[in-house]
Structure formats: structure tokens, C-alpha cells
Design a protein around this ligand. Structure first.
Ligand code: MG
Length: 343
């Protein structure tokens, strides 16, 4: 197993309610057997106490799992690394992706086929606009004109200013993500009621994950679907959220991989909840991995690779917002020649 960290540079400084950054350090995994290589990626997130060093250390511990064993028995393999990656779920996601990429190549099928999904039934992805000054927001929205849906980050003290700047430039449907930024339920209610006048189709994680009762209170008072993001990592988290949220945002990095994400989709459906497939800032490896599940979800927010300037890989592409899955076996991702070539 080869483990490397690469710096991914953002096209614009990325600001959300929690923090701000110009680059990300993601950890890449390569496994090889029978002349076939499987690729995986971990996007460590500070919200979950992850970073590239800790992730790399965990991946080193998990190496032994891949030294022997039947790699086609991927569901069994997963049981061996999960206890190791429990506190750095992004590391588990990288291993799961790499293994499934390899399995797809070994069986000579794209991943969506392995899961019985129709690769032509992909949703449109939203494109995310980070928090910024109004003139920058207007410019970013203008640059994103090809996307039929935008996701707007809010949750600081300039929400109204940002939404007005967006609406100066476009009238496309919006999704709003407060990233736990509204700390008071009355404040959240007021803001969502205002968003309801602005053609906003859903709001993501309006209040802190820990404020479950407050969110349930809010949900009784608004029409707009409320989607859990920071409140949900894995399938076991979902049942109690059904009391306060209309849907969940599944991310491979939180879930610990594609297999757990599939499990989450099934649990959410059983609870009659909406499913969004989201992402961290990541290269085309992790974004393509998630995109292979996208035919089975209601909302896709898979733009993490589009926000970076030096994606080292090619994979899923976007045509007027619609996700186009590669047809090659496994993830179908290829490494770009001329690393760090800016697009
Ligand atoms: Mg979110």
C-alpha cells in the first residue's frame, strides 16, 4: 500500500461558518494486486478532529489488513479495518474506495454496475458558493452560471448580504447551508422564514448538531426541508434524527466509505427521509467514488473537485450540472499527466 499526502489548492479562499482555508491536504492510498491498482482518498476534516498526519498514522496501522485475505470479499475485509479507522473515518473511506476500485477492475465493471444502479440516472449537482464579500459572491455566482442549482454557505453575520448578492445575479433554485451557524432557534426560524421567500429549496444543518430538540421545534414551524449534515456520520446516527430532520447529507468521509454510505441510503429510505450525497473538498477520486452512488439519491452536492485548481485526477465530469459517470471499470479514475497542472 502506498500512502501519500498531496496539497490541493482552492480556486477561491473557502470560507464557511466554521473556518476558512486556501488549500487542503488530502491523503491518497494506492493498493495493488494481480497487476491492478485501486485508488482511494481521505479528506481529513477538522470538524471531526481529523488531519493528514493522524490519517496517515491510521492508514499505516491498517496496512496489515491488505497483506493477505480475499479482496473480492470486500464486505468482510471492511470489518477488519473499521476498528482501526473508527476515529479517522476519512481513512476508512480511503481504504473502502481503494478496495472497491480494485474489485471493480478485477470484475471489469464500473462501480455503479456493481451496485445495480443505472449510470444514466445521475442527478444534477449543486455548485457551492463559500462565504465572501458581496462583490466576490456576485463574481463567483456569475462564474457558476452553467449550474442549474447553487448551494450557498451562510451562518456568519452577513447572511442577508450574501443572499441578496446571489439574487442580484441569478434566479436559479438555491440550497442554503448554515454549517451549524445559527445558535438560537428563534433566530433560525426567522432566517428560514425569510429564505422561504427567496426560492430556496432546502436548508442544511441550520443549528448545531447537538441541538436536536431545537431543530425538531424548528421543523414544526417551517415548510422547507431541513437536512442533517454535521449531525450525521453513520447509519447508526440516523434513526434519532428522523424526529428533527427531513433528510440527511451522506458523505463518504464521515461514513467511512462507500459501503457504509449505501447502508445509510437504505436506512434513510426506510425512515422516509430524503437523501443528499455531499462531499468534502477533494480530488476526482473521492468525488467520483460518491458519484457512483448518485443514481440512488434525491440531491447531489458533489462539487469538491470543481473547487480546486490542481486536481491530480480525471473522473466524473459535469455537463450543465448533470454528473456524467466514467464508463471504465472500478472508480474509472485516471491520473492526470503533468501533476499540479493548473486548469
Ligand atoms: Mg453541509
Amino acid at each position: 500500500m502506498i500512502v501519500t499526502t498531496r496539497q490541493l489548492d482552492l480556486q477561491h479562499t473557502w470560507t464557511i461558518a466554521r473556518n476558512s482555508s486556501d488549500c487542503k491536504h488530502n491523503v491518497f492510498v494506492q493498493i495493488e494486486r494481480d497487476g491492478l491498482v485501486g485508488w482511494g482518498e481521505a479528506a481529513p476534516n477538522i470538524r471531526y478532529r481529523e488531519n493528514a498526519e493522524k490519517t496517515t498514522a491510521v492508514l499505516d496501522q491498517a496496512r496489515i489488513v491488505f497483506e493477505t485475505g480475499d479482496w473480492l470479499a470486500y464486505a468482510t475485509m471492511r470489518r477488519y479495518w473499521e476498528p482501526i479507522t473508527e476515529n479517522q473515518t476519512c481513512a476508512g473511506a480511503a481504504l473502502d474506495m481503494a478496495l472497491l476500485d480494485w474489485v471493480g477492475k478485477k470484475l471489469d465493471v464500473p462501480l455503479y454496475r456493481l451496485f445495480g444502479l443505472d449510470g444514466t440516472q445521475t442527478p444534477v449537482t449543486s455548485f457551492s458558493i463559500g462565504i465572501d464579500a458581496p462583490d466576490v459572491v456576485r463574481r463567483k455566482v456569475a462564474e457558476a452560471a452553467v449550474f442549474p442549482i447553487l448551494k450557498i454557505k451562510v451562518g456568519l453575520d452577513n447572511d442577508a448580504e450574501i443572499l441578496r448578492a446571489v439574487r442580484d445575479v441569478t434566479d436559479v433554485p438555491l440550497r442554503v447551508d448554515a454549517n451549524e451557524g445559527w445558535k438560537d432557534k428563534h433566530e433560525a426560524l426567522e432566517r428560514i422564514q425569510w429564505l422561504e421567500t427567496l426560492n430556496v429549496e432546502l436548508v442544511e444543518q441550520p443549528m448545531p448538531a447537538a441541538m436536536l430538540d431545537g431543530t425538531a421545534w424548528l421543523r414544526e414551524r417551517v415548510e422547507m426541508p431541513i437536512i442533517a449534515d454535521e449531525a450525521v456520520k453513520r447509519a447508526a446516527d440516523i434513526p434519532e434524527l428522523a424526529t428533527a430532520y427531513d433528510g440527511i447529507n451522506i458523505k463518504l468521509m464521515k461514513a467511512g466509505g462507500i459501503q457504509e454510505a449505501l447502508h445509510m441510503i437504505h436506512i434513510a429510505r426506510a425512515l422516509d427521509m430524503k437523501v443528499m450525497l455531499g462531499c468534502m473538498i477533494a480530488s476526482s477520486i473521492a468525488i467520483t467514488a460518491a458519484a457512483h452512488l448518485s443514481p440512488s439519491v434525491d440531491y447531489a452536492d458533489l462539487d469538491g473537485n470543481l473547487l480546486i485548481a490542481n486536481d491530480p485526477f480525471n473522473g466524473v465530469t459535469v455537463d450543465h450540472g448533470r454528473l456524467i459517470l466514467p464508463d471504465r471499470p472500478g472508480l474509472g479514475v485516471t491520473e492526470r499527466t503533468g501533476l499540479n497542472a493548473r486548469r
